[in-house]
Design a protein around this ligand. Sequence first.
Ligand code: ZN
Length: 144
Amino acid sequence: MVIITVFSKRKKELSEVKRKVVLIKHITDSIITYAKSWHPNEGILIVQGKKDKHVINVTGLIIPPFSTHGPYYSGFPVYELPFDLSYIGTIHSHPSGSNKPSLEDLNHFFGLVSIIICFPYEAQDIGAYDRNGNRMDVETGYYL
Ligand SMILES: [Zn+2]
């Protein structure tokens, strides 16, 4: 009985560890500018970064080759990408006012994190999600 109690407590603690995505201000600004330039269509970028325990540090953004953009869809053929371990996810824009991932977004999940910025494309409009659609904390380099 004691063993079961201890085990379940430990498991709970583990599941409560929240992952965080850290963007420096310069990267946040690039995301905002890119999203605004594609409006009213979606824009999409590949995210370069490093994962350190529970923190994902974004270090760069790559414009994917052969990307497609529409009001409800943006994407790129993954097979056109060079194999690069620094590619840790994607960021795309939602011209609607919601930065929640769509079912389509989760079905086409790439890497560790899906970052979404929604209209009106300010720093506080950025959300980040894992493969299961769980929200992660986002640091944008701005004081919100
Ligand atoms: Zn989407």
